[in-house]
Design a protein around this ligand. Sequence first.
Ligand SMILES: Cc1cc2nc3c(=O)[nH]c(=O)nc-3n(C[C@H](O)[C@H](O)[C@H](O)COP(=O)(O)O)c2cc1C
Length: 213
Amino acid sequence: MADNYLEKKMEEYRAGKGTKSLKAHTSLGKLLEKNRSYRGYDNSFVVRPDQLRSIIDVNTKVPSARNSQLLRFRPVTHQEAHKILPHIRLGGALKNLKLPFEGTEPRAFIVICSATPEPDHYVYIDLGISAQSMLLKAVEIGLGGICIGAFDKREVKEALALPYEPLLVVAIGKPNERIKLVEIGAGDSKNYWRDEEGTHYVPKVALDELIIK
Ligand SMILES: Cc1cc2nc3c(=O)[nH]c(=O)nc-3n(C[C@H](O)[C@H](O)[C@H](O)COP(=O)(O)O)c2cc1C
């Protein structure tokens, strides 16, 4: 046991105490909770190329089946957003809303492509790891995003003159939506919904129902 102030502080530091505020902000639990699928963004905020680069950088650290690393990433900033926007579909389950609302569209993207023309099962597993890791990084730097699988691949490939097949579009921006998670049973409806104030609710199956007993 340390008997003076400095040694005591050092002991606390080694034990991971005294870093509370940093931890509270960036714990994985918090990042996961904030990492919702956002379909509305503050258009007065412009995502910078270096922010997209720092998000794409997570791919230099994530696992990859057979370590094949066949994914490639095309950052798209606001100047080129018009090339993608007409070809994505957001919030298909909210039939009565036409999302995104005008003026809240995402204006930065990362298009994830496959460097192989016939991506196998493992490339798609790598794709999921990559997309979620990038979204968590976005949240860590104060942004947010969404995976977009519903997009016109041919149009996006052509509009951006991509040398590879696009597999998934990830939108990035400063979210301006309120989203809440709601615990449900495994047999309940998984459809997300919105209330009159525009709060978006996302049902998630309870832990005990996810675990196979
Ligand atoms: C692979 C993948 C593709 C998705 N594609 C779309 C899409 O095309 N359009 C959309 O609005 N949301 C899309 N989403 C977002 C899901 O609808 C969202 O993850 C789900 O509603 C749960 O919300 P949460 O991400 O906030 O937990 C996609 C999510 C994933 C993981």
